[in-house]
Design a protein around this ligand. Structure first.
Ligand code: GDP
Length: 316
């Protein structure tokens, strides 16, 4: 990528999009374009076509999506399926029509079958039934992978798909009804500490295993593959993760330690556990030459500092 290449980051205000913007700017890319969702509704085909025809970007990072944690996913399946199908179909088709060579599509490791062998290799896609709590989102993301692959096969484009494990970091969603586990527990434990409560409630049994990647590492992976990897070398898609997992219970304990909360954890079995385990096999991205840098404790410390700063600014 030339440093003056025109790069469209779709979803620039989200967790991943904002990290991609930070990382691109740090590397000296200075011709970035973006639109808020009120300026450009990516679910509207004609608006998206018009935007691409006018701006003609050289590269596209497709980080715009309807995302949410386990409760939001299972409560609003229609929105998760419809919004994501529309966003990705509109952006990918507009990119093709406007002769954009390289596009990066982002999904998640929830595309894998619920009971797939672990760690999850890219070849396990579509080998079994999906986890029910996020099936709609997963179906949309699988369609996105297939869309990119089909355009590459039929039209010779270079559209790559990355499937990150659970991400966390600055600009995450801290709304307890819709967030993922990391921001949810960070907020709950922080508030319990501030209010001198003796307990914090953790959803489910605490036994599920999850893998967490700091979003700044994810942004580095996005730029790395865009700069160095061609679609034919990437195959259908590439997992992005650390290859290290932790139980939800141990994650909660680590958060208590970093935040400085000495109370007890209470587990709420009325909330779903979701898939029991979701560990990515990261050998493909390692072979291509990329590895994560930020370990979990350090990443949590960094995110908690960001969270405290946000709280301070909101109170000023
Ligand atoms: P998932 O990885 O798609 O299942 O999504 P989440 O990040 O929302 O949930 C991961 C795991 O953390 C599930 O087993 C949840 O039940 C558990 N969990 C524990 N406490 C919370 C919480 O306060 N919020 C969320 N979203 N998940 C929680």
């Amino acid at each position: 990528m030339r440093k003056d290449a025109k790069i469209y980051v779709a979803g620039h205000r989200g967790l991943v999009g904002s990290a991609i913007v930070r990382a691109l700017e740090e590397k000296g890319y200075h011709n970035l374009i973006y639109r808020t969702s009120s300026e450009l509704d990516l679910r509207q085909q004609s608006a998206v076509q018009h935007f691409f025809a006018e701006e003609k970007p050289d590269y596209v990072f497709l980080a715009a999506a309807k995302v949410g944690g386990i409760l939001a996913n299972s409560t609003y399946p229609a929105q998760f399926l419809y919004d994501n199908l529309m966003i990705q179909a509109n952006v990918i088709e507009a990119a093709y029509r406007n002769k954009i060579d390289k596009l990066l599509f982002l999904g998640s490791t929830c595309i894998y079958p619920k009971l797939a062998p672990q760690p999850l290799q890219e070849t396990y896609l579509l080998t079994g039934p999906l986890e029910e709590t996020n099936e709609a989102y997963a179906i949309a993301k699988i369609s996105g992978i297939k869309l990119c692959g089909s355009y590459n096969r039929e039209y010779g484009t270079n559209y790559l798909s990355l499937m990150p494990t659970n991400l966390y970091g600055p600009n995450d969603n801290f709304d307890l009804g819709t967030s993922h586990v990391m921001p949810a527990l960070m907020r709950k434990i922080h508030e319990a500490k501030m209010m001198r409560q003796s307990t914090v409630t953790v959803w489910g049994s605490g036994n599920p295993l999850r893998e967490f990647l700091h979003v700044d590492d994810m942004a580095q992976a996005c730029i790395f593959v865009t700069e160095h990897v061609k679609a034919e070398k990437a195959g259908e898609f590439i997992n992005i993760g650390t290859g290290v997992e932790i139980t939800i219970r141990d994650l909660a304990l680590l958060l208590c330690e970093v935040i400085g909360f000495e109370g007890k954890l209470i587990f709420d079995p009325s909330k779903p556990d979701g898939t029991p385990r979701k560990l990515t096999d990261v050998s493909k991205i390692h072979h291509l030459g990329w590895k994560h840098r930020i370990e979990l404790r350090e990443g949590i410390q960094d995110t908690y500092q960001w969270y405290l700063k946000q709280m301070e600014e909101a109170n000023e």
